[in-house]
Ligand binder design. Structure first.
Ligand code: MF3
Ligand code: CO
Ligand code: CO
Length: 253
């Protein structure tokens, strides 16, 4: 069941989403060769606590850290580690979810580490653009798939890329993961229909190859990698459906 949020709940989720976005902005400025993903985790953790929030990922289903850090061929759910040190040419997704006053906001972006290859540049550009195009299409009365999977999948395919199918976006706000499941490929579904007060994430994971398959690390049980070890990128926003269209709750501008 998709929850329609009340104006009070929306304001609280907006505040949490803004803090998630500010935390991401803050830690992303520290990305450079030589920095460990554990140090990014620790800085983000402190930032959230200093702003009276709790990192939602810490202990979520046993996840051991406060943010997800996913490098190069890691699709998502990478675990920050002191052994994982950024190097020139890497791309890294940082995914941050805050709990503020009991309400959840979820955001992520993929960043270059120093100078990256033209192919990696193209992947970041097109993945971000696919999210932005999807968001621009959101309005009440349209189906979720028409605005998300139907927009994102054909767009990234034009560049020889593919959309990961095993993972998706999700309703968010009162809990970390609520209905609906948000597919980033075209399912052809006519339902659900978008309604004012719905809040969910859109978070396409795009592989720089035509192979959309992924594997989960059998040792840590979390790290999701591309099956063919191709580069992969992700951008995520928490969005609200409004009477007139939409609002990006995790946007700072
Ligand atoms: N933030 C991720 C999402 O966008 C979920 C991370 S779950 C974790 O849905 F357990 F890996 F942290
Ligand atoms: Co997230
Ligand atoms: Co999410």
């Amino acid at each position: 069941m998709i929850i329609i949020k009340t104006p009070d709940q929306i304001e609280k989720i907006r505040l949490s989403s803004q803090l998630a976005a500010k935390t991401l902005e803050f830690v992303s400025k520290l990305i450079r060769p030589g920095v460990s993903t554990l140090s990014l985790n620790d800085i983000a953790h402190k930032y959230m606590l200093d702003h009276h929030a709790i990192p939602a990922t810490l202990n979520y289903g046993g996840f051991p850290k406060s943010i997800c850090t996913s490098i190069n061929n890691v699709v998502c759910h990478g675990i920050p580690s002191s052994k994982q040190v950024l190097k020139e040419g890497d791309i890294i997704n940082i995914d941050i979810t805050t709990i503020l006053d009991g309400y959840f906001g979820d955001v992520s972006a993929t960043y270059p580490v120093g100078k990256i290859s033209p192919k990696a540049e193209e992947l970041l550009l097109r993945t971000k653009e696919s999210l932005d195009l999807s968001i621009q299409s959101l309005q009440p009365g349209k189906s979720l798939n028409l605005c998300v999977g139907h927009v994102i999948e054909p767009y990234v395919k034009r560049f020889g890329f593919s959309v990961v199918k095993d993972l998706g976006g999700h309703g968010v706000g009162l809990k970390f993961h609520e209905d609906p499941f948000v597919y980033h490929f075209d399912t052809g579904d006519k339902k659900p229909i978008l309604k004012p007060g719905m809040i969910f994430t859109i978070e396409p994971m795009v592989n720089a190859s035509s192979n959309w398959h992924v594997n989960i690390d059998p040792v840590d049980g979390w790290t999701v990698r591309t099956q063919d070890n191709s580069l992969t990128a992700q951008f995520e926003h928490t969005v609200l459906i409004t009477d007139s269209g939409h609002e990006v709750l995790t946007s700072l501008h």
